[in-house]
Design a binder for this molecule. Structure first.
Ligand code: SF4
Length: 396
């Protein structure tokens, strides 16, 4: 890990250097990819952590299989401007990847929200119906522009998690609402297959479908050795091309600062990942600064004082330098960090520091407008100097 320590000379360059884009591009992830596997028995530890709380969850979850984990509505940026988001988080059995011997991804705690027995197609349908009823007025109002997001804490397209028949029934129902302009679901790339997309295409004649894929990083090393994701960049590229072939979009989820990467390396990784996704033609890029979820490797490291969530200054800085305004005409950038400003989420200094609110307001305004000038070139000097000096010494 010694190569990953912050390098003062590099960090000097990081501060307001107009040539920083070129610097980041030439500074590839080669140094990371040449590292040996960091944690040998990662999946064993992960499985242990995940299985530990099961007995406590059993009774509670068993009674709730016809109710989603959550559903909510809020303003959101659609492709054609501002509109409304309706989000439905299904209660599902589990992500197949997390349930497999792989143990799942090192920062993912979605496993905690699963039901402890298999969920039938009817249960999914009941959860969906409940959400449709809750937001009936919005959905029936044809003057609305709605993006309907459905998350299964796994892969919507995986027939082992969600019967194909129910996948199609849900999409068919959504296609009847003229207010719904966009539908967003998530899947690992191996389930995004032509045969399935053809069936989706026959139903969704008027709506734009976007599938979010947790690419996390352009680097195969970071994705597979650090995050334990289990798929390659090539698989992501193939899934993207398939989606585009059917007129659908791809949303690339990029993680900011997975465990084992110090701040500077994480900034480099995010920057390189953004550039690769822009070049590939991703339709939306969603940046997810790591938040510390229960029963994950991240939580273990955090409890041992070996992991800190990323800084808001770093996040804004990479966004400002990772895109050009011209690119944001055709790519939508989303960033709605969980636990933002708190110890378990992206934050500056400490959770009560005023720079948190300052940066979060800037981030929100930028996401809504997609205007890079909302992110200042210069942050208040006092904060910036303190941040820089922390970054130079920070090793977690
Ligand atoms: S991040 Fe996605 S693929 Fe990884 S364990 Fe969580 S739900 Fe599964």
């Amino acid at each position: 890990m010694s190569n990953l320590k912050p390098n003062p000379a590099k960090n000097q360059l990081l501060i307001r250097d107009s040539k920083i884009n070129e610097y980041f591009q030439s500074e590839s992830m080669v140094f990371l990819e040449s590292q040996p596997s960091i944690v040998k028995n990662l999946w064993e530890e992960l499985n242990y952590l995940r299985n530990r709380p099961l007995s406590k969850q059993k009774a509670q979850k068993m009674t709730q299989i016809d109710r989603p984990v959550a559903s909510f509505s809020k303003p959101e940026r659609l492709r054609e401007g501002m509109g409304t988001e309706i989000t439905l988080i299904f209660r599902s059995s589990a992500c197949s990847w997390a349930a497999s011997k792989s143990g799942g991804c090192t920062m993912c705690g979605y496993w905690n929200d699963r039901a402890d027995k298999s969920i039938s197609g009817q249960n999914f349908w009941n959860q969906f119906q409940q959400t449709i009823t809750k937001y009936e007025n919005l959905l029936e109002d044809s003057s609305q522009s709605i993006v309907f997001k459905m998350f299964t804490s796994g892969s919507f397209c995986d027939p082992k998690e969600l019967d194909l028949e129910i996948q199609l029934k849900i999409l068919r129902k959504l296609s009847t609402f003229t207010s719904v302009k966009e539908i967003v679901i998530e899947s690992r790339p191996e389930y995004v297959q032509e045969k399935l997309l053809k069936q989706y295409e026959e139903i969704l004649t008027n709506q734009y479908l976007e599938i979010g894929i947790g690419l996390e990083s352009r680097s195969n090393y970071v994705r597979n050795n650090i995050i334990n994701k289990g798929f390659s960049w090539d698989q992501f590229v193939k899934a993207t091309n398939r989606l585009h072939q059917y007129g659908f979009g791809v949303k690339a989820y990029l993680i900011f600062k997975p465990p084992f990467l110090p701040e500077y390396a994480a900034m480099t990784d995010l920057f390189n990942s953004i550039r690769a996704c822009v070049k590939l033609g991703a339709d939306t890029i969603s940046i997810n600064p790591t938040n510390i979820q229960q029963h994950t490797i991240c939580e273990v490291l955090h409890s041992r004082n070996q992991y800190r969530s990323p800084w808001l200054f770093s996040l804004l800085w990479v966004i400002k330098n990772g895109f050009s305004q011209e690119e944001l005409q055709s790519i939508r950038l989303i960033c709605d960090p969980s636990a933002a400003g708190k110890d378990r989420g992206v934050h500056n200094f400490d959770p009560y520091h005023p720079s948190n609110e300052y940066c979060l307001k800037i981030l929100e305004k930028f996401v809504h407008t997609q205007d890079l000038s909302e992110i200042p070139e210069h942050f208040p000097e006092k904060w910036w100097i303190a941040y820089r000096s922390e970054l130079l010494t920070q090793k977690k």
